[in-house]
Design a protein around this ligand. Structure first.
Ligand code: UDP
Length: 333
């Protein structure tokens, strides 16, 4: 198939693009390089540099596109609180432009990077897809709005457009390089995610890690999250495309699937894993809770397993951290 990956110069998008190439697909990456990196675009993919909203019509209008994986997004929760316009325009308005272009050019398949942030503070754990969606931050609200939009576009398309929204929990780890293919991992200019920040301490790039709250109603008092390896995540995108290509999606044309390992690890457990993997003492200090953080976010991935035939291969936290560490160390040398 010929597949367009928006945001293919970013963390998740570049790993998805690499997996698609490895599976023998042709890949076009669309990325404005505002947060992505030119050298993260896998060799073998064609890069169209530009804003998705601006170039979607041209890229899809050229014909022959079998599907789009839409990863391009603004994704900083804290920033979304202070700059909402950047998120409503950058995520929602851009995605509507993409959906319009998909319809106009009769592109039949879409896989969308959605998020656990669409659920907000859950009432039950693990979270299933029919849980209430009450996002606690603007980022999650924009992703939920796009999920709703996709559902209505697919339903109105008379079967011409089928889509899968994948609700990622905490993506972590890195895709190992091989031969001339470089490793692909997290390289955010503004880093806010726990594992890369802890590894920065091990690399001597920061003095300590702040633990955002130790008074949560969890076994050790710190927040619990469900960490999923980026290679497992990318495989789910390929399986979602396969499902859509077989015409096995739901009757209304839109499937929503959570993606997580189904196991929660606390912030302190993550820091311990990083200490084991790196051999560094990694000083930690308890800091106030971060606004908008739910205490526990753990996925039920039963639907992804049943509908996509997906099964994560990297469920061991130390293994996920070891891959992130190999990537971080490789970039620091
Ligand atoms: N966290 C922390 N210190 C940090 C960064 C994150 O204690 O410097 C916690 C955060 O409160 C959350 C967990 O680590 O409970 C994972 O946060 P991250 O930003 O990686 O992902 P999120 O769950 O917000 O998507």
């Amino acid at each position: 198939m010929t597949l367009v990956v928006t945001g293919g110069a970013g963390y998740v998008g570049s790993v998805c693009a690499q997996h698609l190439l490895d599976a023998g697909h042709d890949v076009v990456v669309v990325d404005d390089l505002s947060t992505g990196h030119r050298d993260a675009v896998p060799a073998g993919a064609r890069l169209v540099e530009g804003d998705v909203a601006v170039v979607a019509d041209e890229v899809l209008g050229a014909g022959g596109v079998d599907g789009v994986i839409h990863c391009a997004a603004r994704s900083l929760v804290g920033e979304s609180a202070v700059e909402p316009a950047k998120y409503w325009h950058g995520n929602v308005v851009t995605s509507i432009a993409l959906l319009d272009a998909l319809r106009r050019h009769r592109v039949p398949r879409l896989v969308f990077s959605s998020t656990a942030a669409t659920y907000g503070e859950p009432e039950t754990s693990p979270i299933t897809e029919d849980a209430a969606t009450r996002p606690t931050n603007t980022y999650g609200a924009t992703k939920l709005a796009i999920d709703h939009a996709i559902g209505t576009y697919a339903a109105a398309s008379g079967g011409e457009l089928a889509a899968v929204s994948l609700r990622y929990f905490n993506v972590a780890g890195a895709h190992a390089g091989a031969g001339d293919t470089p490793a692909l991992g997290e390289r955010h200019t503004v880093e806010t995610h726990l594992i890369p920040l802890v590894l920065q301490v091990a690399l001597g790039q920061r003095d300590e890690i702040a633990v955002f709250g130790d008074d949560w109603p969890t076994p050790d008092g710190t927040c619990v999250r469900d960490y999923i390896h980026v290679d497992d995540l990318a495989e789910a995108h390929l399986l979602a495309l396969d499902l859509l290509a077989r015409g096995d999606g739901p009757d209304d044309g839109h499937l929503v699937c959570n993606l997580g390992n189904g196991t929660g690890f606390s912030v302190l457990e993550v820091i311990e894993a990083c200490r084991r993997v790196t051999g560094h003492p990694i000083p930690a200090r308890v800091a106030p809770r971060r606004t908008g953080d739910p205490g526990v976010l753990v996925a039920s991935s039963a639907r992804a397993r049943a509908e996509l035939g997906w099964k994560p291969a990297h469920t061991d936290l130390d293994g996920i951290v070891a891959d992130a560490w190999a990537f971080a160390r490789g970039r620091a040398t």
